[in-house]
Design a protein around this ligand. Structure first.
Ligand code: UDP
Ligand code: MG
Length: 312
């Protein structure tokens, strides 16, 4: 295979139910672009028949299909990293396997990169997810807007396109926990956004539990901002100052009114609040330290079990 113009990166984890529909739509959509392309599927350690189905698909379209079979689940963003490292296109597009982002929209993003934009994000029109997910996304987008320099409307939409220079820059990063749209944006010189359609998941369930969503958002915030830590030191200074004032106030009251024992539940209330705040601060510190620890161990970010590609 000569280097194609477009590489489409599709990470997938236990997507056997949706793969046939994905294959049926993705290839015609790409053929219609009339450009040289490759599709790189990354099987992220699925426990179902996804890997076997990728093998069959590879045999059907070996001219444009490559598959990286990871030995264990590394997470969506690390799976995409594996795809980036093996991609050869001048334009690299990421796409989810569940058809929530229609493959027919890829042309729109490719056109934008051809115009000279190096990092093309997307905004989901009429997002088809649960109200909780939509609300949480909005809140996280707002938080990111405040504590990082990353500017994007819809950080969670993974249908995005990047120029080769951005992918090369990302491939030089050795981060073990990251959030790809933000990482790409931080290298962009000429970013743009386009609106894309959004559909309900065609088959199977979301691969993100509430727990993994929270972890993903910590990846985003800790990778691109120290403001959460600085906010806690500022808060600590503020609370210490107020506490000192309060002690002075209690001391004067003690002299003027004498001993008092009322208000024990108010005291509990305040104490529990502060304990909660302290625990949250310790946890937040742990989120940063844990990531530093993972990083300094220098373990491989993902383990490749096999690669399916046509040999020259
Ligand atoms: N995915 C993955 N590894 C994981 C979790 C998810 O490769 O550990 C893939 C998944 O198969 C899908 C994409 O990442 O192709 C987005 O996942 P999903 O659609 O479940 O996320 P949601 O749309 O609910 O945010
Ligand atoms: Mg999805």
């Amino acid at each position: 295979m000569n280097a194609p113009e477009i590489s489409v990166i599709v990470p997938l984890y236990n997507e056997e139910a949706g793969l046939p529909a994905l294959f049926d739509r993705l290839y015609p959509a790409l053929d219609a672009l009339g450009a040289d392309y490759e599709v790189i599927f990354i099987n992220d350690g699925s426990r179902d028949r996804s890997a076997a189905m990728l093998r069959t698909q590879f045999e059907k379209r070996p001219d444009v299909t490559r598959a990286i079979l990871l030995a264990a689940n590394a997470g969506q963003h690390m799976a995409i990293m594996a795809g980036f490292e093996h991609s050869r296109g001048q334009i690299v597009v990421t796409l989810d396997a569940d058809l929530q982002n229609p493959p027919e929209e890829i042309g729109k993003l490719v056109a934008k990169v051809r115009e000279g934009y190096d990092c093309v994000g997307s905004i989901r029109q009429n997002r088809q997810d649960t109200p909780f997910r939509r609300w949480a996304s909005k809140a996280m987008n707002r938080l990111r807007e405040r504590i990082t320099r990353i500017k994007m409307t819809d950080q969670g939409c993974m249908l995005r396109a990047y120029s080769r220079s951005i992918i090369d820059a990302i491939n030089n990063c050795r981060e073990v926990s990251t959030f790809i749209p933000a990482l790409a944006y931080s290298f962009a010189q000429n970013p743009a956004e386009v609106e894309v359609a959004h559909e309900e998941r065609h088959a199977g369930d979301s691969k993100y539990s509430l727990y993994s969503l929270i972890r993903l958002n910590f990846d985003l915030m800790t990778s691109f901002s120290l403001i959460p830590l600085q906010f806690f030191s500022m808060l600590g200074i503020g609370i210490s100052f107020l506490s000192a004032l309060f002690v002075v106030f209690l001391f004067i009251r003690r002299l003027m009114v004498g001993p008092e024992a009322e208000g024990v539940f108010t005291l509990f209330g305040i104490a529990f609040f502060l304990i909660g705040l302290t625990l949250f601060g310790v946890g937040l510190l742990g989120e940063y330290i844990g990531r530093i620890y993972q990083q300094v161990r220098h373990r491989p970010r993902y383990l490749i079990g096999a690669i399916l590609e046509r040999k020259e």
